[in-house]
Structures are given as structure tokens and as C-alpha cells.
Design a protein around this ligand. Sequence first.
Ligand code: NAP
Length: 258
Amino acid sequence: MDLGIRGRRAVVTAASKGLGRGCAEALAEAGVDLVINARGAEALEATAEALRAKGVSVTAIAADITTPEGRAKVLEAAGAVDILVTNAGGPPPGLWSDWSRDDFIRALDANMLTPIALMQALMPGMIDRGWGRVVNITSNSVKSPIAQLGLSNSARAGLTGFVAGTARQVAPMGVTINNLLPGIHDTDRADALDRGVSAAEGLTMEEARVKRAATIPARRYGTAAEFGAMCAFLCSAHAGFIVGQNISLDGGAHNATI
Ligand code: NAP
């Protein structure tokens, strides 16, 4: 399917690896020019090179997207863009009773206030031009809380509330905002969580992985390529009627009728 976005420009943050990279790859395959970001310059440049091989222009900005300085660098390189995919690392696991105010502020900054700041910076231009697409990478924890990821549950719920109201305000101007909710995907983040299970329960990494995969009706982890394909469709010319949705990509893990 031609996604109808060849020649458009996109920013994808936190995109040197994992789900962000999956989104950047699918957009590049659809002919979208990219500004990508991550903190580590080496992996970011390697990803940028791989994306350029798909025939699109790619600007790589090494910066921490959760800081005002990092966002300023990315936004300066971005200029006028049609598509924004927001992403950042997830907060660490822990216990509800241990988190301090500073822990919550860090999580809110990374997973709620950063995507909101990026939307506030880039959506006015999309509105002026009458077309735009925003996809936020959040988490299935918005629907099914994950006990040890309370910081993520909290911050992402805040972002979800902001999007629910804002998506309806910008839709009349041709701009859509939707959230993509990953369940367990095969990335470094999943490895880190598996290491935690392995250490806590005395399992090998393989046993920890098999145990988590067994909780998913699809009986496997998702892939970054599958995730990216969905993201690119939400950014496509065909997705203008999809507004304010929270779409789980979780192999059926969230057990609900609707
Ligand atoms: P990942 O494989 O660890 O990749 C994270 C990417 O984000 C890397 O490119 C990393 O590069 C970049 N990054 C992290 N913090 C950043 C920052 N402050 N500024 C700029 N770039 C940053 O993670 P993932 O699995 O793709 O996860 C992406 C998001 O989805 C996370 O928020 C995660 O919590 C959420 N999620 C993932 C899963 C899953 O199963 N994978 C499930 C639910 C939710 P640098 O380290 O070099 O900056």
C-alpha cells in the first residue's frame, strides 16, 4: 500500500534503537525525510546511516529529549515538520512505597511533559498548513497497570488524558494525535525487564523470557518492525479519521472485550 506521505518530514525522538527505530524505519520506507534523536551519538549515527540507505534524508541529533536544551536542539533541526513520533526511555521499575517526589518528577518529565512540549512546539505549524500526524509511544500499562512500573503507569496516564482532550481540538484543522501502546516487544528495554525477573526469581534469561511470553496470547514478543508498520499507517494519508485513539500492540495481552 502506498501510504501517501512520500516527501513529508518527520521527527522521531528516542529512535536509535527499539520501537522508535522501528517507527523511523517504516517512515523511511514510506519515503519520509527524518530528524531522529537519541542520547548516544554512535548508535544514533549508525541508525541514521541505515535509514539513509532507504533513500531519504536523515538528520541525527544526539541529545537528551527529556531536557529543555535537548528538545531545543531537536526542534531547531526539525523546522517545519508534518509528522511527530514521540518516544523516550521508560522509568525504572520499583515499589510504590519507595518512590520520592523527585522520582515522580523525572518520570513525568520524560513520559508526559516531554511529549506534550514537543506537541506544543510542532502542532501550531501543522495546524497552519492544515495537515499533521502525531503518534505517541506510550505503554499497554495505561490499560493494564504493571505493578513494578508504577512511575510509568502514572506518567503515561497523564499523557493519555492530555491527548484525549487535545486530539479533539486539533482534528478540525487536519491534525491527528493517537497513542500506540506497546505490550512486550523484543528490544533492549524488554531485555532489561527480563533481567529483573531473572534476578528476582532465580531464572535464566531464557526461562524468564519463556515465562513472560507465556502470558501473551500470541505466545511471543512483538517486533519493532511490526510496531513501526502500525506507526507509519497512523501517520499515513489514509489515517485522517483515526483521532485520539489508544491502540494496543500486545499480542492480545490486555484481556478485554472492547
Ligand atoms: P529501547 O530498546 O531501550 O530503546 C530506547 C531508545 O530511546 C534508544 O534509542 C535510546 O537511545 C533512546 N532514549 C532513551 N532515553 C532517551 C532520552 N532521554 N533522550 C533521547 N533518547 C532516549 O526501548 P524500547 O523497548 O524501544 O521502548 C521505547 C518506549 O516504549 C519506552 O518508553 C518503553 O518504556 C516503552 N515500552 C516498551 C515496551 C517493550 O516491551 N519494549 C513495552 C511497553 C512500553 P539512548 O539510550 O542512546 O538515548
